[in-house]
Design a protein around this ligand. Structure first.
Ligand code: CP
Length: 321
């Protein structure tokens, strides 16, 4: 495959290959020099039209650990703020020889447009587009689950029960996880207030419930989502206290989960709303581990997309003309 746009495009074997490659990549972090020469001479552009902490930094760390050159582009402070289009931005990057463009954009479909437009020749990786998808987040979540639940390399998540809780309506993380976790054999249940459930979930490979308490005792993992207030108007939303009471994960609720089960959160968290500090800081919460695993997953994705491809600009440094 040349691009990674949607978790729905991944077969079970594709996904297991990425998870297994990420296990190998994770070992690089244990080396005295945390680098592989694999992508020397390649250029990875991080093209971020929306804010990010985890995804942008971990793609940068991943590319650097593979010895690629990294260009970080943020729409803020660029000519995008003067009205420059996605097309002209992409043509500018292409002129500089990008082997891969990692794009986060507020419009659902922007990475697909970039991958199919012919504006750039390199690989496109979706780092989160609107409310559509965030495939590398789902991959790092699956990786974290496989490790924490004791399933080793080569295995999938068959029969594991994952409950995803919160603002499903605006969540690209939920969409990518529903696709990927079900492809890997997990049983996924979405829990949300009725106003935060998308209309066509009956076509998704998952169950929907409005009752968090009914799901806790049968979950191997409970994934809490941030309430994305910036994407909603007040009419959608219960009060913060009401939301926390019905859909927030606190210590009492966590105590009803099976002993082996984990609490996940993609970050950023609204502490005190969807998750209490007690839960967020407990050893059962994998939020920080998910960030570490994100570097391994993004190394695996860049490696698998780029290591066999022709470079955008041939490295002539060892054979000067
Ligand atoms: N989980 C996630 O995408 O976090 P950032 O928005 O900080 O990248």
């Amino acid at each position: 495959k040349r691009h990674l746009i949607s978790a729905a495009d991944l077969s079970r074997d594709d996904a297991v290959l990425i998870l297994d490659t990420a296990e190998e990549m994770g070992r690089v972090a244990d080396r005295p020099i945390k680098k592989l020469p694999t992508l020397r001479g390649r250029t990875v552009v991080n093209l971020f039209f929306e804010d990010s902490t985890r995804t942008r930094i971990s793609f940068e760390a991943a590319a650097k650990r593979l010895s690629a050159d990294v260009i970080n582009f943020s729409a803020k402070g660029s000519s995008v703020s003067k009205g420059e289009s996605l097309k002209d931005t992409a043509l500018t990057l292409e002129a500089m020889g990008a082997d891969a463009v990692v794009i986060r954009h507020h419009d659902s479909g922007a990475p697909h447009r970039l991958a199919t437009s012919g504006w750039i020749g390199g690989s496109v990786v979706n780092a989160g587009d609107g409310t559509h998808e965030h495939p590398t987040q789902a991959l790092l979540d699956a990786f974290t689950l496989r490790r924490r639940l004791g399933d080793g390399p080569g295995t999938d998540l068959a029969g594991r029960r994952v409950t995803i809780v919160g603002d499903i309506l605006h969540s690209r993380v939920a969409r990518s996880n529903v696709h990927l976790l079900s492809t890997l054999g997990a049983e996924v249940t979405l829990v949300a207030p009725p106003t935060l459930v998308p209309v066509r979930t009956e076509q998704w490979p998952c169950e929907v419930s409005y009752d968090l308490d009914a799901q806790l005792a049968k979950s191997d993992a409970v994934m809490m989502l941030r309430v994305q207030r910036e994407r909603m108007n007040a009419a959608y939303f219960p009060t913060e206290r009401e939301y926390a009471r019905r859909y927030g994960l606190n210590g009492q609720r966590m105590a009803r989960m099976p002993e082996h089960s984990v609490v996940m959160h993609p970050g950023p968290m609204n502490r005190g709303m969807e998750i209490t500090a007690e839960v967020a800081d407990s050893p059962r919460c994998t939020a920080v581990e998910q960030v570490t695993n994100g570097v391994s997953i993004r190394m695996a994705v860049l490696y698998l997309l780029l290591s066999g491809a022709e470079p955008a600009v041939t490295d002539t440094s060892e054979n000067p003309a």
